[in-house]
Write a new protein. Structure first.
Length: 121
């Protein structure tokens, strides 16, 4: 069973993504900050991380930098799930080796398809 961690300061996004992906058979956990994400990753294994960019204190880019600089998480698949659809952010995500980029509000079928594609290969 594949495990997914959803990191977003918006409770509705966390609950919606968790509900959709749980119905598809994934084990889904959620946290609301970059700091909680890093603490969770230190103790748990995940196959995929869905990460918001615009969060207080530690944004998604900073969180991903920590993930990529940690030997135990550097190869973790990370997809940005964000309302930020600026070209600069997409380029920055790519430069940090993000596995994908989904813009909120998302279409459930698109989220499922992207997650399946990334976890398949």
């Amino acid at each position: 069973m594949k495990r997914i961690l959803v990191v977003d300061d918006d409770m509705v996004t966390r609950k919606t993504a968790s509900y959709i992906l749980s119905k598809e058979g994934y084990i889904v956990d959620t946290v609301e900050t970059g700091q909680r994400c890093l603490a969770t990753l230190a103790n748990e294994y995940y196959d995929l991380l869905l990460l918001d960019i615009d969060m207080p204190v530690m944004d998604g880019f900073e969180t991903l930098r920590y993930i990529r600089n940690n030997p135990s998480t550097k190869n973790l698949a990370v997809v940005f799930l964000t309302g930020d659809n600026t070209v600069d952010s997409v380029i920055k995500a790519s430069s940090l080796n993000a596995s994908g980029y989904i813009v909120k509000p998302f279409i459930p079928e698109n989220l499922i398809s992207k997650v399946r594609d990334i976890l398949a290969g």
